[in-house]
Design a protein around this ligand. Structure first.
Ligand SMILES: [Zn+2]
Length: 377
């Protein structure tokens, strides 16, 4: 991702993708559980889906969501929801960083894919791979990349998407001393993956009407020169989604990126405040407020180009980007970003825990709210 001048906020449409398929790598539900619903045709029904053609929130009438007002003490949930385990998320981050760089198409990426497949299959997810091709910025040849999706409760038609990128930048090109060194991407690339690894542990047996999918984008920053196209995986997915070639619908999506820095401050990201994502964004920060996580600051700060733009602008899925774009901190600026300083030593288990706790609690609130239709609908 990168920060842009407000006048440059639209994402370029990348035309490097050629082919598409979802490959079921593992499906523990395949034999005994419900099949993936066949929604390719006809499904304009009970789900009250987002309007693909119209992005006006007055028209969409989106789902009710937890509001921003804090709720002091009262209103205890009927059952205590499972808590996000920051220690487990941190172990995932350590394992991912120990792989080394996870650059698209490289053995490191392959090793990470195997790690994720094993982890999510073991906790009841259905792991899918979406392949596409791109032109390698390294040598100009055509290469294969893969988005990885993990699905839970595939029989539920109302769906949320949680996503991050899982590739790391080929080089730490903003590093003044070693711009061709190894880039680990503990925060930029690693933190989102680690967070979703722990979230996934809670999804298969989560009560409620919503099914949640996780999506790991490849090729977010498979770039060497600044003019190379970014967001390859999210753009490919969004184009297929917009063309009706993804046989299920998402009402909202949440993107996490750079969420483990030691001095955590997460502001509203400005592209996440436009129309559809606006109430989504405020709703998540409302959950943070209720949990007392002060690091979610309900003020707009950066305007970021990231994987949420293809989802918002092409797929028309209202998508919020949760990102701390002051790494290591606002005073120093974003000086660790895309440098060799983006290491696990400059990340924090506590930060990862806080962001994960907010995201998981927000999902649980959505589930609880919609499980009681007389309250809101
Ligand atoms: Zn990056």
């Amino acid at each position: 991702m990168f920060e842009v001048h407000p006048s440059l906020s639209r994402v370029p449409i990348v035309a490097v993708v050629r082919r598409f398929r979802f490959v079921v790598l593992a499906c523990v539900l395949l034999c005994c559980g419900p099949a993936v619903p066949s929604m390719a045709q006809s499904d304009t029904n009970a789900v009250s889906p987002i309007s693909v053609g119209d992005f006006d929130s007055n028209v969409i009438q989106p789902m009710p969501m937890p509001q921003a007002a804090p709720q002091a003490g009262g209103g205890q949930a009927a059952s205590t929801p499972a808590a996000f385990d920051g220690g487990k998320a941190w172990q995932h981050l350590q394992a991912i960083c120990n792989i080394g760089p996870r650059i698209s198409t490289t053995p490191g990426m392959l090793q990470q894919q195997r790690y994720l497949e094993k982890h999510f299959t073991a906790n009841g997810g259905e792991v899918l791979k979406q392949e596409f091709t791109a032109i390698s910025p390294v040598n100009g040849t055509q290469v294969a990349l893969q988005n990885l999706m993990v699905r839970y409760n595939t029989d539920r038609k109302r769906r949320l998407l949680l996503c991050c990128h899982y590739d790391t930048r080929p080089f730490p090109d903003r590093d003044k001393r070693n711009p061709r060194g190894a880039f680990i991407g503990a925060n930029d690339g690693g933190s989102g993956v680690a967070l979703l690894c722990e979230i996934g542990r809670h999804l298969s047996d989560m009560d409620g009407p919503w099914g949640v999918d996780l999506l790991f984008f490849d090729g977010e920053e498979f770039v060497i020169e600044r003019n190379h196209p970014m967001f390859l995986g999210s753009t490919f997915f969004a184009q297929k989604y917009a063309a009706g070639q993804i046989p299920w619908k998402y009402e909202y999506a949440v993107l996490v990126d750079m969420v483990a820095d030691k001095d955590l401050q997460i502001y509203f990201e400005k592209n996440s405040l436009a129309q559809g994502p606006d109430r989504l964004t405020r709703s998540i920060w409302g959950t943070a407020q209720r949990l007392g996580v002060k690091e979610f600051i309900p003020q707009a700060k950066h305007i970021i180009k990231d994987d949420h733009l293809p989802l918002n602008n092409i797929a028309r899925i209202p998508t919020c980007d949760i990102i701390d774009f002051d790494y290591p901190n606002p005073k120093a600026g974003n000086v660790f970003w895309h440098t060799t300083q983006d290491s696990i030593q400059n990340c924090s288990q506590d930060s990862l825990h806080k962001v994960g706790a907010v995201v998981l609690a927000w999902i649980q609130e959505i589930q609880a709210m919609h499980a009681q239709p007389d309250r809101e609908q």
